[in-house]
Design a protein around this ligand. Sequence first.
Ligand code: FES
Length: 151
Amino acid sequence: MVFEPFIIAFCCNYCAYAAADLAGSARLQYPPNVRIIRVPCTGRIDVIHILKALENGADGVYVAGCLEGNCHYLTGNLRARKRVQYVRDLLSHIGIEKERVEMYHMSAAEGAKFVEVAKEMTERIRKLGPSPLKGETFMASRATKKNENRI
Ligand code: FES
């Protein structure tokens, strides 16, 4: 069975989310592995949000914010980049591939870039395989849900 990664994308409302919307309007397709969480600004994303996403079953997480100098809250995207780097360093420190977490910058007009990024992350995580952070609790809850669906 081919491994299909589960990826969380935290997208800024003003750029990446709008770019995803544009991609949809242009009927550009991106992998269904990516689930978007819209945030008012990537500066809203904290280290704990990324770690919780990984702990709760994401194989990869990326944060997509405005281009440098274009953040509506001035430095939100720069703060997000630092936090993403912090998580990457933390993952490396505990022996987990830092490539599972990434930061991207794009404008609202870059629907094609949004698709390219979604494909790139999906391919990257597919190569890395399932996240070792998917704990026993997560797997057990999934098994329970599967069993509930059978009844
Ligand atoms: S408003 Fe888009 S990253 Fe801050």
